[in-house]
Design a binder for this molecule. Sequence first.
Ligand code: ZN
Length: 1095
Amino acid sequence: MKLSRQFTLFGSAIFCVVVFSLYLMLDHLQLDRTKNPSSGAGKLFHSGQLTILQEKIDHLERLLAENNEIISNIRDSVLDLSESVKDSKGSPEVGNQSRVGYPELLASPPLVIPIQQEDCHFAAKPYNKPADGVQMLDVYDLLSFDNPDGGVWKQGFDISYNENEWDTEPLQVFVVPHSHNDPGWLKTFDDYYRDQTQHILNNMVVKLHEDERRRMLWSEISYFSKWWDSIDSQKRDAVKSLIERGQLEIATGGWVMPDEANTHYFAMIDQLLEGHQWLERNVGVKPKTGWAVDPFGHSPTMTYLLKQAGMSNMLIQRVHYSVKKHFAIQKTLEFFWRQTWDQDTTTDILCHMMPFYSYDVPHTCGPDPKICCQFDFKRLPGGRISCPWRVPPQTINDGNVKERALMLLDQYRKKSKLFRTHVVLAPLGDDFRYNEASEWDQQFQNYQKLFDYMNSHPELHVKAQFGTISDYFSALRPAAAVDPVSNTSPLLPVVSGDFFTYADRDDHYWSGYFTSRPFYKRLDRVLESHLRAAEILFSLALASVQKANKWNDFPSLENYKLLTEARRNLGLFQHHDAITGTGKDWVVVDYGTRSLVIYNPTEQDRWSVVTVYVNTPRVRLQTASGHAVTAQVSAVWEETTRASREAFQLSFVAQVPALGLTVYRLTEAVELRTVPVDYTFLKQHEELSVDSAEPFRVDIPQDDSLPISIENPLIKIWCSATTGLMERVKYKEGGVEHKVEVGFVWYGTTSNRDKSGAYLFLPDGEAKAYTPNHAPVIRVTKGVVFSEVTTTYQHVTHTLRLYNVQGIEGQSVEISNTVDIRGEFNREIAMRITSDLNSSDRFFTDLNGFQIQPRRTMAKLPLQANFYPMTTMAYIQESGVRLTLLTAQSLGVSSLKSGQLEVIMDRRLMQDDNRGLGQGVQDNKITANLFRLLLEKRSETFKAEESQPEWSYPSLLSHITSMYLNHPVIPMVVSPNYDSLTFAPLSPLRAALPCDVHLVNLRTIQAKEGAGPSHEVALILHRRGFDCEFSNRNMGLLCSTTQGKLPMGKLFSELSVQSVTPASLSLMHTLDGGRSQEEIQLKPMEIRTYRVQLR
Ligand SMILES: [Zn+2]
């Protein structure tokens, strides 16, 4: 049975999970590995990388083949679901309204959406900032970002102390052994596991049992679970007893340690849930503390998720060296991290920021790496690694213990001077440490001797011991007088904001990785969307078969096993070109009638343009009940001026209910039933010949100097006839017109020794204009469903499109750039949008798709420091107008001049940037990046605080446009074998969710026993914060707001909700006494998880 590509894409949703989790790690790992260059981490990578990559691709291909099987399972789920709903009475047939006939294309939905006034108060109020609170934006204003030599602590300062400072209150030292295990990059996950990780964990069981004073910290559950599966029950019991005794601590407990810049919060939650679900089921432990030593910059989104998952403490490491130094001077390295939108101080989490350069041993015991390295006993003479400061460690014996103990104590004391209590944290570990039994002995025996000496000399006023990170925080909290009820401390400040963009030394800003390998970043987003769709559909299908008692019709166990396997499969794979999310295979209509099932993965009813590929323009499109639907047919351009005669694009506006399915029928017709588009081609100074196909009309005007414009009922845009690029945009209602110029620019790399690479962006000054050698070919398409201008340059094919839809999709300009810089040498290409908005030096970027972080462009910082991660959007504004660029992939963004937004599209770099990767970025692919540009009229009331805003929110329209962009409707062509069945449309929800409530996921929870699903789903909801200062007239929103209230009993149309129990984010803790709730209510910005039983 031959399945269409679209269907394959949908069906491969489960496969997507696999690739997605891969991506999480890839992103973290490929960019991982910066260390003190002398610590030896760089040696982990060597030749043979290409072979490994090839193997990964082969593996991926095999997996794809296997997943064809899953595809049919998913299809069956869809069919079963349709069937079971059709059987039940009163199923609404939404497809028969004929809402999409040509005249109705522009039909106007309700003009004004009901937004409750109360729902607007939140965004207008400042967050709860204490008088002495620290705002990271203020810190950036304050810092000079000079880089003076700080002596032994190069990026810091000399630390001195008074011998008797600890006489009344002794110093309390916790040495925390840890081993950072990256789940595979150039070595695969399995290879790392085989060569290192399994030995670390095996030795851990033996060595921790030898002495109950020993401690160990573990974080990555991907590895831990793989090891767990390989050990017997006796060993498992031994591990459990280590955890019970507090010798082994699982920190964070996520499947991986995710990157915090490019990741979307959906994915961050998913991997945390997967890790925690595994822990709950297998070990019965609930992590209390977050541990993130290696992500390249830190996001408050992660902080919020940890807090919502029930954690009270966390640790971060990679923060700009100037910020670290400032925090060290202020003694604010320990603080309560608060969200910039928090109005009732419930988001605070106690955070420890590591003060020095790295998390390896030379940079953790104190300020002097030359001394600290001597206390990394893996580097004893004769070992494989040594100290680059040329003073080796000494085995501790009676003869030297006094001198060595005092030397180490001096470092501990100096480190303690950077903090406000007498409790000191000294991590003891590195990447893949403790793999050999001898290292356990070296570290634990030598340190124990040092501790014994210190502790037996009361005149030293110190108590030193091994500890876990939670042991440390347990001692810190009383020392800092943290009130256990109010979670506040008179000693520790409150900090708000984020820790981007990271620099580890000099002007080495890690803003390159915000864009590096954009192909994967786009793929990641597509896969996330498909995974989410598959999870939701699976949960609904399962509940439906339970209700209809049709267990035999639905392979729930098999599907769930695959889902689980896929969720867990951890990034052992590279990408594959076949899964680009932009499949170009076409539907074969010559079997007669084919059914087209369209799935809407969003919680809002929507009108969206659907495009499928057909092999003849003579097709007829009807709703399930036989009403004709207007469809536009356009050409598939095989080359810039040559149209395919075998493939055509069929586009129409589909109306699909929230989370629902709509069915259309596609029949081959004798005559032309579709509406062909008209084409105009332009190229300056040159004759053009266009090889078009029937039935399209092509115009090549003699006078090619006239400006180009396209429009829909809401917007008109003008483009240059020379460049094809946008120059002006006009919103028809209110007549708002602005200069919005789109252009492209190049960056090179510096001529200094250190150049741009996978992590670092080190440009050769300001960007240079993109000047093509030849005039571009410009193609203007005008049709009933959409109109567009496509300009083909050598390195980029740029399309501006307007949808003729009255709803959301008609409100913004879609921009797609297909970028190909494979022939370039040390160049990066950026899209620059220059408007007439007076935005000054302010701009706004989102963090993980969850929240908005105000930014300020600073002349005192190098250009590359002014780039920030953009996961879903960035905007600039002036009084009365906001210009938002919404993105369907994470990329680096900046606003270098007033009125500008600039996004790096792709990077090609010929050299390594000395952060351990050992290679440049030369595996560029042709990458299709997708955006929407939204110009919104803002109420003129310009509030005083907005000159220096510390918080900001998107409009509702912006939120929902972003959701449309990231979760497009999914068309599935049903194979002819199923055509005898009549598919019924499906509307699982009784009504769309409130406009500001996002269904993050509806994820079936695993059963307590076996590998199958339970009868419970995790309902994860996010109530978005939104700014009411925007017009809500004529936006096409079909929802209202309800102050975050959701009556659960009235949520589903056919399924009934048996119980709703509030839980912590990752289901680890039951909340509110575990009572089932009839109605749930979310606070603005809140993400909540509920255990729900559906039937
Ligand atoms: Zn790492």
